[in-house]
Design a protein around this ligand. Structure first.
Ligand SMILES: [Zn+2]
Length: 512
C-alpha cells in the first residue's frame, strides 16, 4: 500500500502537467485562421476609418470589441466613476490654434494656411520680435549668433528634423520663437498643412491638460516657403546657398543678413479628445485575486484626406488576437478548465499618441497593480519582415527576461512544447537603437515592475501607410503567433506560483 502511494505521489506533478498541456491544446484549436480573418476583415475595413483615437472610427471599433466580450460572457469590470463596464474612459488633450498669425511689412500669414503654430505660448495680443536667420540650426551656426529674445528662422529637410533638431538647440540658445521652413515647394506645403488642419486627425495627445503662457517664448512655427521668402526678403534658393557656403568666421555670415521685424500673435487652446480602453474580465478560481493582463492597441492613425490607414497589422493583428484569446479562455472555463488566475483582456487606446491608454490604466488600475502578475502585449504580429523572408516561422520577443528570469524560461518552454517558432531576441538587446522595450504599451506595466513580454514581427514598408491592409496579412503565421501567446498565458495563469520578479529595475529610465 505504502509503496503504491509513494509511486502515485511521485507521478502526480508530471501527470498534472501532461493533463494541463492536453487541456491547453484543446482550447488552442478555437484560435483559427478563419476567425482571425473574419474579425480582421471587419476591424481593418474602410468602415472603421482607420480607427483614429477620439473619432467615429475608434468608437465603432470599441463597440465591436465590447460586443464580442459581451457575447462571450466576459464581465465589464470598470465602475461608473471611471467608465461603464467594458469601457474605461480615457480623457486626452490636444492643442488647437485659434486666432494666430505672423506679420511682416504689409504681409500677414494665417494659421493653418501659411503657417502652423505649436508650443505653450498664447499671447492673446500682437508682439513684435526681431528676426534672425539661423541656417539649419547646427551648433556651429548658432555659435556667435545673438538669438536672445528673438525669432530664429531655420531650414530643414523635413518638419521632423526642424522640430526635433534645430528647434531645441535654438530655444536653448535663447530664441523665443523658432520659425521653420522645410518644404521645397508649395504643393508639399499645402499637403502638410491639410494634414495638420483641425479635423484631420490628432498628432500626439496628452493625459494632462496643457497650460499656456502669455509670453512668446517656447513658440515653434512652421511657415510656407512663400512666407519664409517674404520674411527674409530673399528666395529659398538663396537661403540654401547661404547654408551651403557657411563657414564660421569672426563676423558671423548670418549676422550680415538684413531682415524686417515680425509681429506675432498666438492663441492656443486645449481641446478634450474622449477615448476608451475596452476591457473584458474572466474571473479565475483559487488564485482569482491575481491577474494576467493581455493587451493590444485597437486604435490607429485614421485617415489623411481620402486615404484610410486601415492598420491591419498595426495593430489590427494584435486586436483580433486578443478577441480570439478571450474566446479560447472563455470556452475553457465553460468546460470546467477555468484558468486559476483571473485574466483581463484589454484593448487599449492612444498607443499611437504616446502610449496613453496603457499609461492611463496603470495610473488608474481597475485591479491592483500589486496583484498583476504579468502583461503580455501584442503589436503587429501579422507580417514577415525583410530579415525573415526565408524563415517566416518567427516572432520577435522583447522584455521577457528584463524583470523575471522565470518568465523568460516559461516563455521559452511554452514555445518549445507547443509552437516551435523561432524566437528572435534582436530587439531585446538593451543597446538596440530602436528601443522597442519602451515603445509600446507593455512599457507602462514594466515601469511599474510588472514583468512583460512583447510580441512583434517587425517593421515593413506598409508601416503607418494606407497600404497596411488585410490582404497582406499572413493568417497562418498570425495563428501560430497567437497560439504562442495563448500557451504562455495559459501556463502563467495556471501555475502554482506567480512569476518571481528577480530583477527589479530603476524605472526612472527616460522615455523618449
Ligand atoms: Zn502599433
Amino acid at each position: 500500500m505504502k509503496k503504491v502511494w509513494i509511486y502515485i505521489l511521485l507521478l502526480l506533478p508530471l501527470g498534472v502537467y501532461a493533463q494541463n498541456a492536453e487541456d491547453a491544446r484543446v482550447f488552442a484549436e478555437t484560435i483559427t485562421v478563419e476567425d482571425l480573418k473574419d474579425h480582421l476583415t471587419i476591424v481593418a475595413s474602410d468602415a472603421f476609418e482607420g480607427r483614429e483615437t477620439g473619432t467615429r472610427g475608434q468608437k465603432i471599433a470599441a463597440a465591436y470589441i465590447k460586443a464580442h466580450f459581451e457575447s462571450l460572457g466576459l464581465a465589464g469590470p470598470v465602475d461608473s466613476e471611471y467608465g461603464d463596464g467594458y469601457y474605461q474612459r480615457v480623457p486626452l488633450y490636444t492643442t488647437r490654434s485659434g486666432d494666430s498669425y505672423l506679420k511682416t511689412g504689409d504681409s500677414r500669414f494665417e494659421v493653418y494656411k501659411d503657417m502652423v503654430s505649436w508650443g505653450q505660448s498664447s499671447t492673446g495680443e500682437e508682439k513684435e520680435v526681431e528676426l534672425v536667420f539661423a541656417g539649419e540650426g547646427t551648433n556651429d551656426e548658432i555659435d556667435g549668433l545673438d538669438l536672445e529674445g528673438k525669432a530664429a528662422l531655420i531650414m530643414g529637410d523635413s518638419w521632423r528634423s526642424v522640430l526635433r533638431g534645430g528647434a531645441g538647440r535654438l530655444a536653448k540658445a535663447g530664441a523665443d520663437v523658432v520659425i521653420g521652413v522645410v518644404h521645397e515647394d508649395l504643393d508639399s506645403w499645402s499637403e502638410f498643412v491639410s494634414a495638420v488642419r483641425p479635423g484631420e486627425g490628432y498628432g500626439r495627445l496628452s493625459l494632462d491638460k496643457p497650460s499656456f503662457s502669455e509670453d512668446l517664448s517656447g513658440s515653434i512655427m512652421l511657415v510656407s516657403p512663400d512666407a519664409a521668402e517674404t520674411m527674409m526678403g530673399m528666395p529659398v534658393e538663396e537661403m540654401k546657398s547661404m547654408i551651403k557656403d557657411f563657414k564660421p568666421s569672426k563676423r558671423h555670415p548670418y549676422g550680415k543678413v538684413k531682415t524686417n521685424p515680425v509681429k506675432i500673435k498666438t492663441e492656443q487652446m486645449a481641446q478634450l479628445v474622449k477615448s476608451e480602453n475596452v476591457l473584458g474580465y474572466l474571473e479565475g478560481t483559487d488564485l482569482k485575486d491575481e491577474l494576467v493582463i493581455l493587451t493590444a492597441h485597437y486604435d490607429h492613425i485614421g485617415r489623411r484626406g481620402e486615404k484610410i490607414n486601415n492598420g491591419a497589422d498595426d495593430d489590427g493583428s494584435g486586436t483580433v488576437t486578443i478577441l480570439e484569446l478571450a474566446e479560447a479562455f472563455v470556452k475553457a472555463k465553460k468546460e470546467g478548465k477555468s484558468p486559476r488566475r483571473s485574466i483581463l483582456f484589454m484593448t487599449v487606446t492612444g498607443e499611437e499618441k504616446g502610449l496613453r491608454g496603457s499609461d492611463y490604466y496603470t495610473r488608474n488600475p481597475v485591479f491592483p497593480l500589486e496583484n498583476t502578475v504579468v502583461n503580455l502585449n501584442i503589436d503587429m504580429i501579422g507580417r514577415i519582415d525583410p530579415k525573415h523572408e526565408d524563415n517566416p516561422d518567427y516572432v520577435y520577443l522583447v522584455g521577457s527576461d528584463r524583470l523575471s528570469s522565470e518568465l523568460h524560461e516559461i516563455s521559452e518552454k511554452a514555445n518549445e512544447t507547443f509552437t516551435s517558432l523561432e524566437l528572435d531576441y534582436t530587439y531585446n538587446d538593451e543597446g538596440h537603437p530602436d528601443r522597442i522595450y519602451y515603445r509600446s504599451d507593455h512599457w507602462n506595466f514594466a515601469k511599474n515592475n510588472i514583468p512583460i513580454i512583447f510580441y512583434f514581427t517587425g517593421i515593413h514598408d506598409d508601416y503607418h501607410q494606407p497600404s497596411d491592409t488585410v490582404d497582406k496579412i499572413e493568417f497562418e503565421l498570425l495563428e501560430k503567433r497567437a497560439h504562442l501567446v495563448y500557451y504562455t498565458a495559459w501556463i502563467l495563469a495556471n501555475r502554482d506560483d506567480r512569476v518571481v520578479v528577480d530583477k527589479v529595475k530603476d524605472t526612472t529610465v527616460e522615455e523618449r
